[in-house]
Unconditional design. Structure first.
Length: 148
């Protein structure tokens, strides 16, 4: 009987020792996957700054609402002799933003801009490409904004 107890105790220790490396491997894998997909930065709120585009540039503002990785909001920008305003829809992964700005006012043309940006603390820098009506909706540029 004593031999059975010793054998069971030894088997239990081997089982536990065998699971320890597995647990460490799972922890390492979980840490790797978290580093690949960091949580989104909080960008909700008002942002202001300037844009520089092929049409000139000027003041720019964003007002962003955020739900997890989804972004919605409004924008206004002065570019050349126009002052487009409209909606913002996009996503944020970590500190990287991908969004679409759709002009709904301040311009005679139905233009859309594809936007990519990076957030670092209270600073947002990005670029955009405008498309839509080929004669009037063209251009590209950069912007620098600060969270208010």
């Amino acid at each position: 009987m004593k031999g059975i107890v010793v054998a069971l105790a030894a088997s239990s220790m081997l089982l536990v020792l065998g699971l320890v490396p597995l647990a460490h491997a799972q922890d390492a894998e979980a840490a790797k996957s978290k580093s690949k997909n960091p949580p989104p930065v909080n960008v909700a709120g008002a942002w202001s700054g300037t844009d520089t585009s092929s049409d000139g540039g000027g003041p720019m503002t964003l007002d962003i609402n955020q739900s997890g990785k989804k972004l919605r909001g409004t924008f206004s920008v002065t570019t050349g002799d126009q002052n487009p305003t409209g909606t913002v829809n996009g996503t944020i992964n970590g500190d990287a933003i991908h969004a679409t700005f759709h002009a709904t006012g301040g311009t005679k043309h139905n233009c859309t801009a594809e936007v990519v940006a990076t957030v670092d603390g209270s600073a947002m820098t990005g670029s955009f490409v405008v498309h839509g009506n080929k004669q009037h909706c063209k251009g590209q540029g950069q912007f620098n904004l600060t969270k208010q």
